[in-house]
Ligand binder design. Structure first.
Ligand SMILES: Nc1ncnc2c1ncn2[C@@H]1O[C@H](COP(=O)(O)OP(=O)(O)OP(=O)(O)O)[C@@H](O)[C@H]1O
Length: 338
């Protein structure tokens, strides 16, 4: 184990089996609430420097997993390691380097946004007294709340409350930022800002774990994904690998889509008419065969473009029927969940 020194604090640097540094890891994490299994044997790995999107349908265990990682919920079983340190041991040493936005951050309704952040900043072990005002101003500016800093928290809209929560996560220098549904309640401009903040954090080398319902957001901002379904991890790894695991298609642009589909089906090539052309499943054929088949049959082909499956398709495939799963396949095994 090596030691990394960040923001003046010495913390160990964890590594996974392949030698890559890991910011957060769980083993066999399980949470049962009075008979409801919320999280069931989760082995999570958040690579250092990655932006990891945690996806899953409602009730799949995202919030419970995040809360357990942060020490806000006691696991029923399992182990957690944060920034190389087993939790809850040394939580005092590690948690100051972890910024979090979770539901109900507990702001005081009768204090202003500025005053609320001041109180939180004063409790940050990594901030010296003379740094507090600067840290509060910077955090408020970063989330676009500088203009409303003196207004009472209770007068904030849902989106402004969400922004203040994000500002509190950004108050001090962090190695890991954990955001549970950060775009909840935000308008499109706010969503864009969250995307920009995540990109900034990533550029600074900060690891980000973010849960979201917005697949397009995850596709645009994340380097890695974890997909949960019914408390179980059904896929995790690099976003590109997940997208590659879907069935590739060829989009053929032709003036006569209906007859192109007939020709391909006659040759046992799965194809369907789409608004932008004919979509051909390449699982059992190649682009060259598709084009040759169409041209030989006299069908004009204006353009043929290979497409990879989008995150929406991958998500639907992975969360479709977890009942068929045996164990927790990683991305290489993603076909097993089809
Ligand atoms: N405090 C609690 N007491 C009892 N059951 C709970 C509690 N918190 C969560 N659960 C249950 O655990 C399961 C997982 O919930 P969790 O909130 O972790 O899912 P989620 O993926 O974050 O959902 P969502 O996307 O809707 O926020 C659900 O069945 C939920 O009802």
């Amino acid at each position: 184990m090596t030691t990394a020194r960040i923001a003046g604090a010495a913390v160990p640097e964890a590594r996974n089996g392949s030698g890559a540094a890991v910011a957060a890891r769980t083993r066999g994490l399980r949470k049962v609430y009075r008979g409801t299994v919320a999280v069931d044997g989760v082995d999570l790995e958040v690579p250092e420097g990655a932006v990891v999107g945690m996806l899953g349908p409602n009730g799949s265990g995202k919030t419970t997993t995040i809360r357990m990682l942060l020490g806000l919920v006691q696991p029923t079983e399992g182990e957690i390691e944060l920034l190389g340190v087993p939790m809850p041991d040394a939580a005092d040493r590690v948690l100051p380097q972890v910024g979090a936005l979770v539901e109900g951050p507990g702001f005081h309704p009768f204090l202003s946004g500025w005053e609320n952040l001041q109180r939180l900043a004063a409790a940050e072990p990594l901030l010296a007294g003379r740094e507090l005002d600067g840290a509060v101003s910077t955090a408020l500016e970063r989330v676009g709340l500088a203009g409303a800093a003196r207004r009472k928290y209770r007068a904030y809209s849902l989106g402004m409350k969400q922004r203040l929560g994000l500002a509190s996560a950004l108050l001090a220098p962090r190695r890991l930022i954990v955001l549970d549904e950060p775009t909840n309640g935000l308008d499109p401009a706010g969503t864009q800002e969250v995307r920009r903040i995540i990109a900034e954090l990533h550029a600074q080398g900060v690891t980000v774990l973010v849960s979201s319902h917005l697949l397009a957001e995850v596709e645009a901002t994340c380097t890695h994904v974890v997909v949960l379904n019914q408390g179980v991890v059904v896929a995790q790894g690099a976003l590109d690998d997940l997208l590659e695991s879907g069935s590739p298609t060829l989009l053929v642009t032709t003036p006569d889509g209906a007859s192109a589909v007939d020709v391909l089906r006659d040759h046992r090539i799965p194809a369907r008419l789409a608004p932008d052309g004919v979509r051909v499943d390449l699982t059992t054929t190649t682009p060259a065969t598709v084009i040759e088949t169409l041209v030989r049959a006299g069908t004009r082909v204006d353009e043929a473009r290979r497409e990879r499956a989008g995150l929406e398709e991958a998500f639907a495939r992975l969360t479709h029927d977890v009942g068929e799963l045996v164990g927790e396949p990683d991305l290489e095994d993603a076909e097993a969940v089809r």
